[in-house]
Ligand binder design. Structure first.
Ligand SMILES: [Fe+2]
Length: 317
C-alpha cells in the first residue's frame, strides 16, 4: 500500500478508511468520507480525503473555526453553499477553498456533491486508523471515546452564520479558482496558475494548477530530494516513475516518492494540481522570468528555491 503511485480516486480499492457523519435530526447522513492518503512528516502533509456530501432538508451550516491546521477542498461535482467571514456564496466544480487557522467556514450541500481535501498540520486524520478499528469493534466507539474525556484533536469553535450576506464566490477570500489565479506564468505548452500562496500555509507549501497542452513534457532531476503529489482533473498525463509508465486520467492522484526519477508527457490537453507544493515555484518563476540568465544562474535559482525540474516547457510533437 505504501508503494502506491497511481491512485484512481473512484476505485474503492484505494479507500483506506471510510466513515460517515452522524445523521441530522431528520435522519440524513450528510457526509461519506474516505481517507485516501495518510499524513506524513513534521507538517502532516500529503493527507488526502475524498468525500460525497448529500443534501439534507434540515442541514445546519456548522460554521466553525479551528486554531490549527490547514484544509484545502476541491469541489468536483454538485454545488454547495459556503459560509465564511460574514459571506455566503454558491460553489461549483472547479472552485476550491483554502482554510487557514481562525478562518470561519461552514457548508450546506444543495445536491450530491463530491469534494476532495488535502491537509496540513491536521491532527484529526492521524486518528483514523485507530478510530476505524475501534468502531469496527463497537459501532458506538466514537461516542464512548468522546464521553470518556479524550482530548479533542483540535480546537474547534462553532459560530452562528445565519446573518451572513449573499456574495459572489470571488468575494470570499478563502474561495479560489484557477480561472482567477493568484499568480500566472505561461510557457510553451503549459500555463501555471497559483491558487494557494506559501504565505497562506505558514511558509510550508504552495498549490498550483498546471494546464498542459498535448505533447508538453517535463523531466525532473535524477534523484529528487522532495516527494511530489499530483491531482489530475482533466485529460491524460503519462508519468514515468522509476522507469515504469502510469497514465493518469481525471480523478487520479499520482504520488511520487522522494528520490524517484520521474518525468511526464501530456497525452491530451490536461489539467492537474501540484499538491505537494514543497518547491518554491512562485519565487523561482518571479526571478526566472525577470531577465535572461546563464545556465549557471538558472542552476543557482533552482537550488535556492528547491526546484527539481531538469527540463521543462518543451512540446514534443
Ligand atoms: Fe473545518
Amino acid at each position: 500500500m505504501e508503494k502506491r503511485i497511481l491512485i484512481d480516486l473512484n476505485d474503492k480499492a484505494n479507500w483506506l478508511y471510510e466513515s460517515t457523519s452522524p445523521p441530522t435530526p431528520g435522519g440524513t447522513i450528510v457526509e461519506e468520507n474516505r481517507v485516501i492518503l495518510m499524513p506524513e512528516g513534521e507538517h502532516r502533509l500529503f493527507a488526502f480525503t475524498d468525500a460525497v456530501m448529500h443534501y439534507a432538508e434540515d442541514a445546519y451550516q456548522m460554521s466553525h473555526d479551528h486554531r490549527s491546521g490547514f484544509e484545502t477542498f476541491f469541489v468536483d461535482s454538485g454545488s454547495m453553499e459556503f459560509y465564511s467571514q460574514g459571506k455566503v456564496a454558491t460553489l461549483k466544480k472547479g472552485d476550491l477553498i483554502h482554510i487557514q487557522p481562525f478562518v470561519t467556514h461552514g457548508m450546506v450541500f444543495n445536491e450530491d456533491t463530491r469534494y476532495r481535501g488535502i491537509f496540513q498540520d491536521w491532527a484529526v486524520i492521524d486518528d483514523f486508523p485507530e478510530t476505524y478499528r475501534a468502531k469496527a469493534f463497537d459501532p458506538d466507539a466514537s461516542a464512548k471515546i468522546a464521553a470518556s474525556g479524550a482530548p479533542a484533536s483540535y480546537d474547534f469553535n462553532i459560530h452562528d452564520a445565519k446573518n451572513y450576506v449573499r456574495a459572489e464566490a470571488s468575494e470570499i477570500p478563502a474561495v479560489r479558482n484557477p480561472e482567477r489565479p493568484l499568480a500566472q506564468y505561461k510557457f510553451d505548452g503549459v500555463t501555471l496558475n497559483q491558487v494557494v500562496g506559501r504565505w497562506e500555509t505558514y511558509g510550508v507549501r504552495e498549490i498550483w494548477q498546471a494546464k498542459l497542452e498535448k505533447g508538453f513534457s517535463a523531466q525532473w532531476v535524477d534523484f529528487p530530494l522532495l516527494p511530489e503529489l499530483f491531482y489530475v482533473t482533466s485529460g491524460k498525463v503519462k508519468f514515468t516513475v522509476y522507469g515504469e509508465e502510469y497514465t493518469a486520467f481525471e480523478d487520479c492522484l499520482v504520488k511520487i516518492p522522494k528520490f524517484a526519477p520521474h518525468s511526464i508527457i501530456a497525452e491530451t490537453d490536461a489539467a492537474m494540481y501540484d499538491l505537494g507544493g514543497l518547491s518554491m515555484w512562485e519565487l523561482f518563476l518571479a526571478d526566472y522570468t525577470a531577465g535572461t540568465h546563464t545556465p549557471e544562474d538558472v542552476k543557482s535559482l533552482k537550488d535556492k528555491y528547491k526546484i527539481q525540474i531538469k527540463s521543462f516547457g518543451g512540446l514534443q510533437k
